[in-house]
Design a protein around this ligand. Structure first.
Ligand SMILES: Cc1cc2nc3c(=O)[nH]c(=O)nc-3n(C[C@H](O)[C@H](O)[C@H](O)COP(=O)(O)OP(=O)(O)OC[C@H]3O[C@@H](n4cnc5c(N)ncnc54)[C@H](O)[C@@H]3O)c2cc1C
Length: 380
């Protein structure tokens, strides 16, 4: 067992950390306030190799592996959770195309996603009435000669308004085929028949736009199918397993920011003639925050290392995501408490961290769904 990063992992971590400190952190509050990420930041992430960390260099990626990817997401999330999720989803989409796509699909999309200059990768699985239960989706894909015709609606699509390519799941079989009759398609962001709706006005993660999508007779060539016709659901579940490592890492990054700012504040703020850091109640909060963060980090690294080693990692990814997301909320909540009344204002970042952390127990599978996955494995 080795807790030290390899040279490559340390290199990626350093690159992400430097970029986060130099470029991202100074504009993080503005990204939240304006609810937009400057495109130059996304391009710069691409130039650093952070939009395709676990993708082979032949496809434009860094080829640095899953652990390096998780370390990088954590560093970016430490500065800005919205940028971290943007990076995480594009990495996830690129990986799915590299893994399940034909070589033509991979060489067409992966280098562009890796560069970060032509738009993002999006993951369009959820629907207005199918989130935790994607098998209930009603979007359809009908074969028409050499094309598939997509009709339906997707909901909550991160980065959907700036997409280079979307992986879109749709039902190719009748409803009674359940999760078997589902396929997925690579749809260009500018495809005719794809309409992007108004961004959601969210509590947190405001820099990352989350949009509904409508598909009205959206035609894609038969070659746009990713994997084979009945494998769509399996591909979604496998991609989400990997995605959960990214969200776990994002949660750890947000929590680290909240702790570091709390420590600084606690040393500075004085009550009853002493810095609040000298009150044991504050020290205990800081101790619990640090302990939760370390445990979440180790769980997230374990899941990443298992994926990298090619071992089954569904259960470990669910455990990491569940623990890290709930830890992040608890840590950020304590950060607001430590900041007192100031923690409840926009003058300090603690409230943004709490708002950003809140979604991590919801997306890429709620905490309840992670518990289902973990319990299923325990009972198997
Ligand atoms: C900011 C944001 C970004 C997102 N980005 C994307 C994206 O890019 N792509 C995408 O496809 N989706 C995305 N999502 C959707 C997200 O994955 C879903 O919101 C999530 O899976 C929950 O689905 P739901 O909202 O429909 O809630 P529901 O499924 O309706 O669940 C409601 C509640 O019931 C609970 N519940 C449901 N079923 C069970 C059960 N069997 N046992 C116990 N409890 C249960 C849930 O845990 C939850 O608490 C995003 C969501 C948000 C908020």
């Amino acid at each position: 067992m080795n807790f030290e990063p390899t040279e490559t992992q340390a290199l990626i971590q350093r690159a992400a950390r430097d970029f986060a400190a130099r470029v991202v952190l100074p504009i993080a509050a503005e990204i939240d306030a304006r609810a937009t990420i400057p495109p130059a930041v996304v391009r710069a992430l691409g130039e650093l190799g952070l939009m395709a960390v676990n993708i082979a260099p032949e496809l434009g990626g860094s080829g640095a592996g899953v652990v390096a990817y998780a370390l990088a997401v954590q560093e970016i999330a430490r500065a800005c959770a919205s940028i971290a999720v943007t990076m995480s989803v594009t990495n996830m989409v690129g990986e799915a195309i590299a893994r399940f796509g034909t070589s033509a699909q991979a060489s067409h999309y992966c280098p562009a996603l890796a560069r970060g200059d032509e738009g993002l990768g999006c993951f369009a699985l959820s629907e207005p009435d199918a989130g935790s239960d994607p098998g209930a989706m009603v979007t359809t894909a009908r074969r028409d000669g050499a094309e598939w015709v997509l009709d339906g609606a997707k909901q909550w699509i991160s980065g959907g308004s700036a997409a280079r390519v979307l992986i879109v799941w749709a039902r190719t079989g009748p409803p009674e085929t359940g999760t078997k009759g589902i396929a997925c398609f690579l749809v260009d962001g500018n495809a005719a028949g794809l309409r992007v709706g108004r961004p959601e006005d969210k509590m947190g993660l405001r820099g990352s736009s989350t949009v509904p999508l409508e598909f009205a007779s959206c035609r894609v060539p038969a070659t746009a199918m990713l994997g084979s016709e009945n494998d769509g659901f399996k591909i979604a579940m496998m991609a989400l397993d990997g995605g959960r490592i990214g969200i776990g890492a994002q949660a750890v990054g947000i929590a680290r920011a909240a702790l570091e700012e709390s420590v600084r504040y606690a040393k500075d703020r004085r009550t009853f003639g002493a810095p609040i850091a000298e009150h044991q109640a504050i020290q205990w909060m800081l101790a619990d925050m640090q302990t939760r963060i370390d445990a979440a980090h180790l769980l997230s690294m374990r899941a990443a290392a298992m994926k990298e080693a090619g071992r089954p990692f569904s259960r470990e990814a669910a455990i990491a995501k569940l623990f890290a997301s709930e830890a992040a909320i608890a840590v950020c909540n304590s950060a607001v408490q430590i900041h007192g009344g100031y923690g409840y204002t926009r003058d300090f970042a603690a409230e943004r961290h709490l708002r950003d952390a809140r979604v991590t127990t919801i997306y890429e599978g709620t905490s309840e769904i992670q518990r289902l996955v973990i319990a299923r494995s325990a009972l198997a």
